[in-house]
Design a binder for this molecule. Structure first.
Ligand SMILES: C[S@@+](CC[C@H](N)C(=O)[O-])C[C@H]1O[C@@H](n2cnc3c(N)ncnc32)[C@H](O)[C@@H]1O
Length: 333
C-alpha cells in the first residue's frame, strides 16, 4: 500500500529498476553469451557442445574410475582451448595420466600412418608410457608401395624405442579392425580415409575397441567459413584456417561422421585448434619443425552406467556426395 508522493517515488523507483534490468543487464548478458559462444577461429572453440562454459575439466567427462589419483599429473582439458597449447601431440597427456594411474602401459592404434610423422612425435614424447603402437597403413597393398620414410622408421623405431611393441598392418582399417578384441586400445587415432563413409566406418568399427576411460580421436575436423555457412550442420565446426593466402576447404564428411557418432553416444566432442595461424603454423609446436595443418577431434569413452548430460540423438540424414553441403537433414529417430 502507498499514498501520495511516497507512492509516486516508489513507482518511479520501480520503473527505474525495470529500465535498468531491461536496458542494461539484459544486453550485458546477451553480449557475454555471444562472447562464450564458439566463434570460427576463436580460441575458445574446443568446447564444441558446451556453449556458455568457459572452464571445463577432463574429469567432467571421465568416469569416476578413471579420475586422477595423487601422484599422477592430471591432463588439463583447458590446454585445448588455449591456441598456444591446443595441438594433437598434447592428447598424449591423457594417455600418460592413465598409464600413471593404472600402472599399465598404453596400447595405441593410428589408422592411416603415411610417413609416420605423427607416430614419431608421439613416440618421442610418450614412449615410456606406450606398450604397443599399432600402425594401420594399407599403402603398399593398395598402391604397391609405401612411403620410404615410413620404411625407414619401421626399421628405426624398435631400436629407438625398445620397450614398445610395434605392428604394421598393411590392410584397410575395416579389415584391420577385425584383428582386435573389444576394449583393446587406450587410444585410437583415426587419420585414414577422409570421406564421410571412410570416417563413419572407422568411428563405428573402432569405437568398441576403445577401453572405458580411453581416448578416441582423429585428424581433420574443420571447415572453411564459406562452407560452414552453407550448411547448418557445419556452423560450429572449427575453422580450417588459411594456407598460401587462401582459406582451406576443410572436411565436411569427417566433421559430420564424428559429430553424428558423438551425438549417438551422447558424448562431448572436443577439438584442437591447429591450422588457422598462417605462417605461424610452423612455430606452434614444442616438438619443433612439424607442420600442423588441421584440428583433431577427441572424446572419451565412458562406461555404460555413466549418465551423460548430453542427450543421445540418432540423426536421420541423406548423403549425396554430389551435393555434400545441402543434403544433410536434421531430425531424430
Ligand atoms: C593423412 S595420411 C596420415 C598421416 C599420419 N596420420 C600423420 O599424421 O602423420 C592418411 C593415410 O591414410 C591411409 N589410408 C587411406 N585409406 C585408408 C584406409 N581405408 N584404412 C587405413 N588407412 C588408409 C593413406 O594411405 C595415407 O597414408
Amino acid at each position: 500500500m502507498c499514498k501520495g508522493i511516497i507512492c509516486g517515488l516508489t513507482a518511479k523507483r520501480t520503473v527505474l529498476r525495470i529500465v535498468l534490468v531491461f536496458g542494461l543487464l539484459i544486453p550485458i548478458l546477451v553480449m557475454s553469451a555471444r562472447y562464450f559462444e564458439p566463434q570460427h577461429g576463436a580460441g575458445i572453440g574446443s568446447l564444441e557442445t558446451a556453449r556458455g562454459q568457459s572452464s571445463f575439466s577432463a574429469h567432467t567427462v571421465l568416469p569416476s574410475t578413471t579420475r586422477h589419483k595423487p601422484g599422477c599429473a592430471p591432463a588439463p582439458l583447458e590446454l585445448f582451448s588455449n591456441p598456444d597449447t591446443s595441438f594433437r601431440e598434447n592428447l598424449g597427456l591423457f594417455v600418460e595420466e592413465k598409464v600413471c594411474r593404472t600402472g599399465i602401459k598404453a596400447k595405441i592404434v593410428e589408422i592411416g600412418v603415411w610417413r609416420g610423422d605423427f607416430a614419431e612425435i608421439l613416440l618421442q614424447r610418450y614412449h615410456q608410457s606406450i606398450g604397443e603402437y599399432v600402425m594401420i597403413e594399407p599403402a603398399e597393398k593398395l598402391t604397391g608401395s609405401r612411403d620410404p620414410e615410413l620404411n625407414r622408421r619401421l626399421k628405426d623405431f624398435p631400436n629407438k624405442f625398445p620397450n614398445t611393441n610395434f605392428t604394421l598392418i598393411d590392410e584397410i582399417s575395416t579389415e584391420a579392425v577385425k584383428r582386435f578384441p573389444d576394449e583393446y586400445f587406450d587410444w585410437v587415432y583415426c587419420d585414414g580415409l577422409h570421406t564421410y563413409k571412410g570416417v563413419q566406418d572407422d568411428v563405428s568399427s573402432f569405437w568398441s575397441k576403445v577401453k572405458v576411460g580411453g581416448l578416441f580421436s582423429g585428424h581433420d575436423f574443420s571447415m572453411s567459413r564459406a562452407k560452414a555457412r552453407s550448411d547448418p550442420w557445419n556452423t560450429i565446426a572449427p575453422w580450417s584456417g588459411v594456407r598460401g593466402g587462401t582459406e582451406k576447404a576443410g572436411f565436411p564428411g569427417s566433421y559430420k561422421a564424428v559429430v553424428q557418432h558423438a551425438r549417438k553416444q551422447g558424448i562431448q566432442v572436443f577439438y584442437t585448434l591447429e591450422g588457422r595461424y598462417g605462417q605461424g603454423m610452423w612455430q606452434l609446436s614444442d616438438t619443433g619443425g612439424y607442420f600442423r595443418n588441421n584440428p583433431s577431434w577427441f572424446m572419451f569413452k565412458h562406461s555404460d552406467n555413466y549418465t551423460s548430460p548430453i542427450p543421445k540423438h540418432n540423426y536421420i540424414y541423406k548423403w549425396d556426395d554430389s551435393r555434400v553441403f545441402r543434403k544433410f537433414v536434421f531430425g531424430t529417430t
